[in-house]
Design a protein around this ligand. Structure first.
Ligand SMILES: NC(=O)c1ccc[n+]([C@@H]2O[C@H](COP(=O)([O-])OP(=O)(O)OC[C@H]3O[C@@H](n4cnc5c(N)ncnc54)[C@H](O)[C@@H]3O)[C@@H](O)[C@H]2O)c1
Length: 273
């Protein structure tokens, strides 16, 4: 097996934990994020290449790109394939949050969230699939039974909650794209799945916590604490590594080769599917 992955939005947070898990499990990865996070991207690449010795090709490379641009996503894929070999996994992880009641949301707010969380995922899914199809049979190209495409949904993509309405709608859309694309891709030996984190400790969660604090006059950290104690069965917020275990350890591994069109919930016991 010679496995190569792109993880979008992986300069930090859940994406970085997924990329780290993939490298640990034998993948070489492209670390991607928006161009103004170039320093964080480089730091993540250096960290991975220092911790994991090269096996004849780099363990990690840096490719800044904005996933809202289809041509930038194509260029990122081509650079990755040129430097690391055939693409076997795309993780469309990049996403942004928005905490705003729908009553006060503008058309610009809709475009902003949907351009990253939906169009960005669409760009990554479709461009990655085109590349994989062009590479031919996965066993011949890279020694794997199937190519894999994964996208970041959320438990908000199963049940929406105010004031995260637009964000939740975008995550419902990720599940829709995943289900339909899994059907289109199956004849090409490509599986398509999504993961749905619950409350995971990252800068995104800090931002949501702060916005809700401002809206409801609570103290910083109250939302996280109350949710952990009252809603999450396991009684704590998740870590990026909790998500990486399911994404890198299972969805990116040969153990999930017969799974497609699914969204795996990683929430410590909030939704019971
Ligand atoms: N943290 C949570 O509680 C949680 C819960 C459910 C779902 N998620 C989803 O998991 C994914 C990762 O979230 P996180 O918590 O690590 O967030 P994060 O904000 O820490 O990381 C997201 C990364 O995506 C990058 N990004 C944003 N727009 C981009 C673009 N246009 N092109 C390329 N990169 C871009 C950001 O710069 C950032 O580094 C997101 O899709 C998020 O919606 C997170």
């Amino acid at each position: 097996m010679r496995r190569t992955a792109i993880v979008t939005g992986s300069a930090n947070g859940i994406g970085k934990a997924i990329a780290t898990r993939l490298v640990r499990d034998g993948y070489s990865v492209c670390i991607n994020d928006i161009p103004n996070k170039a320093a964080d991207i480089e730091a993540a690449v250096t960290e991975l290449n220092t911790a994991f010795p090269s096996d004849g090709r780099p363990k990690a490379i840096a490719v800044p790109a904005d996933v809202t641009s289809g041509s930038s996503v194509e260029a990122m894929i081509h650079e990755t394939v040129e430097k690391l070999g055939p693409l076997t996994l795309m993780v469309a992880n990049a996403g942004i949050a928005q905490t705003k009641p729908l009553f006060s949301a503008t058309e610009e707010d809709v475009d902003k969230v949907f351009s990253v969380n939906v169009k960005g995922v669409f760009n990554c899914y479709t461009r990655a699939a085109q590349q994989m199809i062009a590479q031919g049979d996965p066993e011949t190209a890279a020694g794997v039974r199937v190519y894999k495409i994964l996208g970041a949904a959320s438990i908000g993509g199963f049940r929406a909650s105010a004031p995260l309405g637009m964000y939740c709608a975008s995550k419902f859309a990720v599940r829709g794209l995943t289900q339909a694309f899994a059907q289109e891709c199956a004849p090409h030996k490509i599986t398509v799945n999504a993961y749905a984190p619950g409350m995971i400790n990252t800068s995104m969660l800090d931002g949501i916590d702060e916005s809700l604090t401002d809206m409801h006059g609570q103290k910083k950290g109250d939302m996280k604490r109350n949710y952990s104690e009252q809603v999450v069965a396991l009684g704590r917020a998740g870590t990026p590594e909790d998500v990486a275990g399911v994404v890198g350890g299972y969805l990116a591994s040969p153990d999930s080769d017969y799974t497609t069109g699914q969204t795996s919930v990683v929430d410590g016991g909030v939704f019971f599917t």
